[in-house]
Design a protein around this ligand. Structure first.
Ligand code: BDP
Length: 674
């Protein structure tokens, strides 16, 4: 009997100890809990202690010695790692640098890199590497697809979920050093004393991991929770209210980062309610935060129900204000001029503000990319924006170099992304969506890293080092963004999503609260052709780009084909570069998107041998949804556009399996406010 028990014990124990539910993210070290490795450190601080414990518990290489060295301040919160006889010296000028260095060592080990002849220096490209949580105080998450918010406001500050620290650790492991806890559509309540105490509890947990807390604020807060007559930024009572509030915040959280503000956008209050400008509003807050070294991240995502092309509005509103902002204000600009579409050209505001700090806002949460159902690796999208040449300061003025301080001296550099993290066991809803959190952190640290390197690291850390797994899975990841563009919105199409929730296709949407919330506003299909004319003959959005891009985008022949329908209204019979007609090219793109996802299914099924049962099955079933959705997208868009093109779908591609009239009836029950 005794023997039988023993056998059962040894078989069952490993499974229960190492539940493969994705909760460990890419931090899948052995869980022995013993501190085995030798770490030599004569320093003590909360961050250094974490660095020491992580290495002591998980590092399997030579002894590591920590050195704090002020001479390395040029590395900012980066680090130096150098092999030295029988040990490795990890040095940095800041405590956080030692922590990032420790995680880097562990990453090298997990990815099977040579850990003997180490000699490297790393310093982050951006000072502030920040996640934006669109989390509401009732724990719903705007555009969140991984369950409720991580922040349990009702329990805080007394009960502290272990997930808070796990979150901080995951961020630190990829170099993310800042977080905005609440939705940009901010409730004024976040600034009440009650909530600030809760915010402080989170900040205290995050601090040792090098993470600073920021908050989104509602511009009407003085009026709504402060009892002030209005929230006019030039009203001395308003300024006084903010001064007192900010003092209170810093008393609780001495290293508080600052405010993120969405003002006069999609119904949010702002300085324009009082006839003031974005600069008036941002500067008032900046002045109040300045004594504490706090900053204001002021969003450029603004558009009004006017006649002007929505894609032009942020530029039109902000360029005249250039030079008026304080030096602790940074304008936070979405990667594209419309709204996180599967593909957009870069936002022409980048580089256009010559005397104002600018930062990128990406979206990690997949509002427009199949939620947490579709496997879409976003490093490719992030890189496409960062590597875009704006020509603002001549050739080579990429968005990366414009925002990281290389091209123009900057007091403040930052990069942000809307998080995809929630209460789900695997944090992000889809196991592969974890890769996008990871990739954002790695690119914020070093935007020169190739997408492929990041995918390679992530796969090895999260799943397996086996070549038989790494290679095919990497191919899926690297092609997945383009495949998704193909089955959703190829050739520069955009915003033909279902109303409000943005999950499926609704290219026929022609009535909504505002014209620029319909799909027909964006695709402009008619019997002549397809696409939004943004040339001088149309909205002239091309004029917002620096030469030569205004001409490149503005001329059909030179416009990149993947943006053709963004900038031009193209005849159905127009000959593409490969001499297919536009209509045929569109059909082949949609079909290719579908075919690629079907291929992902086949490849993934072959991966069963390399992975654990739970994650294998979960990814497999998500791929089924993705394949069905891809077909849905293809049929909906092609059948609908065919009513304008009046041309047959090329005979060698798969036939539609739906009726347009049936697809038009689909109304998913996913409520959203806009
Ligand atoms: C859009 C979202 C909306 C956000 C808005 C924003 O649909 O929920 O509030 O962006 O960024 O993409 O402010």
């Amino acid at each position: 009997m005794k023997h039988i028990y023993l056998i059962v014990f040894t078989l069952v124990l490993p499974l229960s100890l190492f539940a493969e539910d994705g909760s460990r993210l890419w931090l899948r070290f052995s869980q022995s809990g013993q501190e085995k490795a030798q770490v030599i450190s004569k320093y003590k601080s909360p961050s250094i202690d974490i660095a020491r414990q992580e290495l002591a518990a998980h590092w399997q290489g030579q002894p590591v010695e920590f050195q704090l060295d002020k001479k390395l301040s040029y590395l900012k919160d980066g680090y130096r790692i150098k092999s030295d006889k029988n040990k490795i010296i990890l040095s940095a000028s800041q405590d956080a640098g030692l922590l990032y260095g420790a995680y880097h060592l562990l990453r090298l080990q997990q990815t099977g890199a040579d850990c003997f002849n180490l000699d490297m220096e790393e310093s982050p490209k951006y000072d502030i590497r920040i996640l934006n949580h669109w989390d509401n105080l009732d724990r719903t998450v705007e555009r969140g697809y991984a369950g409720y918010s991580l922040w349990k406001w009702d329990e805080l500050p007394n009960t502290l979920s272990p997930r808070y620290e796990a979150y901080a650790r995951a961020n630190a492991s990829v170099g993310i050093n800042a977080t905005v806890l609440n939705n940009v559509n901010a409730s004024p309540q976040i600034l009440t004393d009650e909530h600030l105490t809760k915010v402080k509890a989170l900040a205290d947990i995050f601090r040792p991991y090098g993470i600073k807390v920021y908050l989104s604020v509602n511009f009407s807060s003085p009026k709504v929770i402060g009892g002030v007559k209005d929230s006019d930024p030039l009203n001395p009572d308003v300024r006084k209210w903010w001064q007192d509030k900010v003092k209170e915040v810093y008393t609780l959280i001495p290293d508080f980062g600052g405010f993120l503000v969405k003002a006069n956008s999609e119904g949010q209050p702002g300085p324009q309610d009082y006839g003031r400008t974005h600069a008036d509003g941002a500067n008032m807050l900046a002045d109040v935060l300045k004594p504490y070294n706090g900053i204001v991240m002021w969003r450029a995502f603004v558009y009004n129900p006017t006649e002007e092309d929505r894609a032009k509005q942020a530029y039109t509103e902000f360029v005249p204000l250039d030079g008026q902002f304080r030096d602790n204000v940074i304008i936070q600009i979405k990667n594209g001029p419309v709204d996180f579409q599967p593909r957009e050209p870069f936002n022409p505001l980048f580089g256009a503000l010559k005397h104002t700090a600018e930062m990128v806002e990406f979206q990690i949460t997949q509002e427009y990319l199949g939620f947490s159902n579709h496997l879409v690796y976003l490093a490719s999208l992030f890189k496409e924006t960062l590597d875009s040449d704006t020509y603002s300061d001549g050739k080579g003025s990429t968005i990366a170099r414009l925002t990281d301080g290389t091209l123009r001296p900057a007091k403040l550099t930052a990069i942000s992304a809307v998080a995809n993290i929630g209460e789900d066991t695997n944090w992000c809803g889809h196991h592969f969506a974890q890769a996008n959190w990871y990739a954002f952190g790695r690119l914020a640290w070093n935007h020169e890293l190739p997408s492929e390197t990041i995918a390679d690291e992530w796969i090895k850390m999260t799943f397996s080092n086996n070549d038989g797994f790494v290679k095919p899975v990497k191919e899926i990841m690297l092609s997945s963004r383009e495949a998704t563009v193909d089955y959703m919105m190829p050739l520069g199409l955009h915003h033909i999503f279902a109303e409000n929730h943005h999950y499926g296709p609704e290219p026929w949407l022609s009535e909504a609260g505002r014209p620029d919330w319909t799909a027909v506003y964006y695709h402009k299909a008619d019997s002549a052709g397809l696409g939004f004319d943004r040339t001088a003959a149309g909205s002239n959005a091309v004029s917002q780009y620096f030469p030569p891009l205004d001409k490149v985008y503005g001329t059909i022949e030179s416009c990149p084909e993947n943006l053709l329908l963004w900038f031009h209204h193209i005849p159905w019979d127009y000959k593409m570069k490969d001499s297919k007609t536009l209509w045929d090219a569109l059909c082949y793109k949609y079909d290719s998107g579908v075919q690629q996802v079907r291929e992902y299914q086949k490849v993934w099924d072959r991966m069963e041998q390399y992975t654990d049962e739970q994650r294998f099955r979960e990814v497999q079933s998500k791929l089924k949804i993705q394949a069905r959705d891809a077909i849905w997208w293809k049929d909906a868009c092609l059948l609908y556009f065919q009513t304008f093109s009046n041309r047959p779908v090329p005979y060698d591609i798969e036939r539609p399996v739906h009726e347009l009239e049936d697809l038009k009836k689909i109304k998913l029950d996913m409520k959203h406010h806009n």
